[in-house]
Design a protein around this ligand. Structure first.
Ligand code: KG4
Ligand code: ZN
Length: 336
């Protein structure tokens, strides 16, 4: 089954053709990041406009790269939630138009479910059930993936997402948007013991995260040092901060895996590209015998291929939308 899939939830306009949820026939991603860099973050109105300009070309290119035309497809899929509402609407309306014009079924896909599904492309043998750490710019969840379309949230952030705090601390250090990857690179050359940062715990849930105090502590260090007329050692702060965030993620995730009896664990979302997170989990899983699955780096960030992967399983589960499908800025992964 060949699915044309469309993603426009944030600042990447993307489309792909994926066969049977696992085989990527084409994948095109057009990033707006250079423009949003000027403002230090995504400007939603600009994002919507750029999606509207790019989407026809991106979808056309995805079909061309797969050497297919619309008649060769079996369905159209689109990210419909969660995300920037104006940005999502561009993809949703384009997909609805395609579905109406071609008669192809329309498959609505939850953005975080698609991040998890990126793993089905990279790891063809991976099947639910497993426990997944989904860490992106907007979300940090520990999700029990009981089946391809049946998910239960075990833990989540009470405040900021992991990607968000990486970006904010990077920005305070003068790094350009999106700072997470730059902070990760700088941290590779830093001393992670140079600065002392808290390791926040949420008192009533061992699986929930809280990153906002940790972010503020790091930003306070930067400001305090500069008030003394000195300069923070950027690499060292990046390394100390990255270690603090990764410690929280890894500790809660592995505790949840042990407590809920999962020995297959998976990471997903933009922050799953973080080099320390990947190394730490590899080392921990080697010690305790868990199987760890990760998406390849190019599938960690937003892309259309992961939407096509999840769409296949949504379709098999009978999740087909009508032409009254709407986008939603928020939506639980459990209901997606
Ligand atoms: O999943 P994603 O592409 O978009 C959302 O759905 O939010 O995630 C983007 C987030 C950004 O905050 C970005 O800085 C972060 O993922 N990110 C990283 C790394 N690469 C991307 N954070 C830490 N280390 C990285 N290597
Ligand atoms: Zn994403």
């Amino acid at each position: 089954m060949k699915i044309l899939s469309i993603e426009s939830s944030c600042d990447e306009t993307a489309a792909a053709v994926v066969e049977d949820g696992r085989s990527v026939l084409s994948s095109v991603v057009v990033s707006q990041v250079e423009e949003h860099k000027l403002y230090g973050g995504v400007v939603p109105e600009i994002a919507s406009r750029r999606h509207a300009e790019a989407i026809t070309g991106v979808v056309g290119e995805a079909l061309a790269q797969a050497d297919l035309n619309l008649n060769d497809l079996d369905a159209v899929a689109v990210t419909y939630a969660p995300g920037l509402i104006g940005a999502l609407l561009v993809g949703v309306n384009f997909a609805k138009g395609l579905s109406y014009g071609t008669g192809l079924p329309l498959i609505p896909v939850h953005h975080l479910r698609s991040h998890i599904a990126a793993n089905y492309i990279t790891n063809p043998e991976l099947k639910p059930p497993f426990l997944c750490l989904v860490v992106s710019g907007g979300h940090s969840h520990i999700v029990a993936v009981e089946d391809y379309t049946k998910m239960k949230i075990i833990g989540k952030t009470r405040d900021d997402a992991a990607g968000e705090v990486f970006d904010k601390v990077a920005r305070t250090l003068g790094m350009s948007y999106p700072g997470g990857i730059n902070l990760d690179k700088a941290a590779e050359n830093g001393n992670d013991k140079a600065y002392t940062l808290p390791h926040p715990k949420v008192s009533d849930s061992p699986y929930d995260f809280s990153f906002s105090g940790l972010k503020t502590a790091a930003i306070n260090i930067i400001h305090n040092v500069s008030q003394k007329g000195e300069q923070v050692i950027s690499e060292d702060l990046c390394a100390s901060f990255r270690k603090a965030v990764v410690d929280c993620l890894v500790d809660n995730f592995l505790k949840a895996a042990r407590d809920f009896g999962y020995s297959t664990i998976v990471i997903a979302g933009g922050v799953s590209a973080n080099s320390l997170l990947r190394r730490r989990l590899e080392a921990e899983c080697k010690k305790c015998g868990f199987s760890l699955y990760k998406p390849e780096l190019k599938l960690c960030g937003d892309n259309g291929a992961m939407v096509g992967a999840q769409a296949y399983y949504e379709y098999l589960d009978g999740n087909i939308a009508d032409l009254d499908l709407n986008a939603a800025a928020t939506m639980s992964i459990e209901n997606g």
